[in-house]
Design a binder for this molecule. Sequence first.
Ligand code: TA6
Length: 277
Amino acid sequence: MFETKTVNGIEIIEISNAWGKAEISTLGAHVMSWTPVNEKPVLWMSKKSYFEPGKPIRGGIPVCWPWFGGVKKPSHGFARIEKWDHAVYELENGATMAVLTLDQAELADFPFHAQLAVTMGKSLEVVLTVVNKGETPVTVSGALHTYFAVSDIANVRISGLDGAAFEDRRASAAQVTGHVQDGEVAVDAEVDRLYTSTTADVIYSDLGTGRSILVEKLGSYSTVVWNPWIEKAKAMPDFGDQEFRKMICIEAANAGSDSRILIPGVSHTLAQKITVL
Ligand code: TA6
């Protein structure tokens, strides 16, 4: 079943079924929370997040499109700060699907149609499908910028990226390229890594709760792992100074060399599927 409520003039879709419950903001087509039945919340949300038109929500699953990062303003594209239309469907297997759409041509320098399909069943599946409705190819980048809730960042171990090349995107990095992941990813300082050529599934384990979560993806050769740590957390007004201890971002991306050329009329899909093991 689903209901909608309005907060600050923004419609929030609340879905619940036998598998759990979730909230999706129509501002940004943004999954704000997901709590499987008999589980603690899977996604993290800052207690200081903005929730107003034109500002990104800090937590959940930001939809970064049609560009990733600060290559242009607004950072991570306009999709996450625009209001999307929505429809909700109850599926035969007991899952619930919310379909959100955006196609305001004036937002981009090319006409497009974007759709985000969020299906909540045993897993949470988030599928971004985009189409270039113009006459010429355009290059886009993006990510499903998922913030996961953790007991403490010191308890996080991420497997599945061993041997993968990555770019160290911290401002303090002595060297950006030429890194290779050695074993599991653990975090004891700022981490801002773009793993540049991996389609691997990732499992992150929380040694504090004993919970492991499988993060699968589709339509992506790049994965981003981010934790701002102390200084960057302090520098963000919508991020509590100590909140970095309670989150890790694992993002299915089309970023860096994994940017995509959208041929007119040919769709591209970027998807992430999250399952509590
Ligand atoms: O995905 C990692 C990253 O690109 C970091 O460099 C940091 O900027 C983060 O995204 C958050 O970006 P935002 O624009 O949401 O503050």
